[in-house]
Design a protein around this ligand. Structure first.
Ligand SMILES: C[C@](O)(CO)[C@H](O)COP(=O)(O)OP(=O)(O)OC[C@H]1O[C@@H](n2ccc(N)nc2=O)[C@H](O)[C@@H]1O
Ligand SMILES: Nc1ncnc2c1ncn2[C@@H]1O[C@H](COP(=O)(O)OP(=O)(O)OP(=O)(O)O)[C@@H](O)[C@H]1O
Length: 284
């Protein structure tokens, strides 16, 4: 039997850091949602007890460094599974982009293997296992739109934001999440985005107020180090995006657009600056 799972990318409509914790992680408040740009995983059982990963993407590890491999290994260990699995990763989400590509692959592997091996784990149990693999993995398991707290693993599902176009542009640099958090001076942050204002904007389905309340404190680090990220933000704004923000630790910038007629201009204009541009819808 073959199992297929879609692994969508996430964007952070809001990302605030409250403080650095004793365990090295940062206490965050984030509002996250999924977009219709996805990797696809194909999984089937192997006769021998082995995890085999393949992908046409030449730029990701296919061994135990891959988060999908780690997800399969974790599930095997915790549930005492002695069967092997072949996982093919059809990669579409840009890597090290701030879009949680690896985390979403891990989440899709956990969901898919739970079915393939008939483990009967609940979504909550999968989320708990996912938290061991990375802070973004529980959200990628749950999907939808959520307020994430703690280090990102405590989730409260909220309403979807009003439907719109999302234009994503990734400059040709790779940003390490650990580096960005490491360089953040959490107690020196002067401005914080407002979680209540964003929650209210979503609840009222006000697209204008969602755009007005976008905010990500990690921009203070990434934009300072990589001027091209700021440049892409400026270009998106000039080309008419209604709201513009860096996702996660970057370097991908997303623009929210309500009118379809504006999307082509934005997409074509950005292609002059970077190769990796995508125009997608929110996954509501
Ligand atoms: C930037 C975001 O992607 C926004 O959604 C997440 O906060 C990061 O999620 P992630 O990539 O799943 O992160 P993890 O794999 O758990 O952690 C990578 C590294 O980022 C730092 N990190 C991550 C999450 C967090 N709340 N505080 C941190 O300081 C830690 O140094 C950690 O070693
Ligand atoms: N399945 C995977 N897909 C992509 N990268 C992976 C995967 N597994 C491990 N990695 C490694 O993880 C690193 C981060 O990649 P990823 O695409 O998950 O970053 P990201 O989008 O910035 O994640 P986040 O938004 O959660 O911080 C890369 O250096 C890559 O080598």
């Amino acid at each position: 039997m073959k199992i297929y799972e879609k692994a969508p990318a996430k964007i952070n409509l809001l990302l605030d850091v409250i403080r650095k914790r004793e365990d090295g992680y940062h206490e965050v408040e984030m509002i996250m949602t999924m977009v219709d740009l996805a990797d696809r995983l194909e999984m089937y059982e192997l006769p021998r007890d082995q995890i085999v990963l393949s992908s046409h993407a030449g730029y990701i590890p296919l061994d135990e460094k891959n988060l999908a491999f780690q997800a399969a290994r974790l599930l095997k260990e915790r549930c005492g599974v002695s069967r092997g699995v072949y996982i093919h990763l059809d990669k579409h989400i840009p890597v090290a982009a701030g879009l949680a590509g690896g985390s979403s692959d891990a989440a899709a592997a956990l969901r898919g293997l739970n079915r393939l091996w008939n483990l009967g784990l609940s979504v909550r149990e999968l989320e708990e296992l996912g938290a061991e693999l990375g802070s973004d993995v529980p959200f990628c398991i749950r999907g939808g739109t959520a307020l994430a707290t703690g280090r990102g693993e405590k989730l409260e599902t909220i309403s979807s934001p009003p439907q719109c176009w999302v234009v994503l542009a990734k400059p040709p640099i790779n940003v390490s999440t650990a580096d960005v958090y490491g360089k953040l001076r959490a107690n020196e942050l002067k401005e914080h985005p407002s979680v209540p204002a964003m929650l209210d904007a979503i609840e009222r389905q006000s697209f204008a107020d969602v755009c007005a309340n976008l905010g990500n404190v990690l921009e203070s680090v990434t934009l300072g180090r990589y001027p091209e990220v700021r440049q892409i933000k400026d270009v998106m704004t000039k080309l008419g995006a209604d709201g513009v923000l860096m996702s996660g630790s970057g370097p991908t910038v997303f623009g929210l657009v309500s009118k379809e007629s504006k999307v082509a201009r934005l997409y074509n204009g950005l292609r002059g600056f970077c190769k990796e541009v995508y125009a997608v819808r929110l996954l509501t």
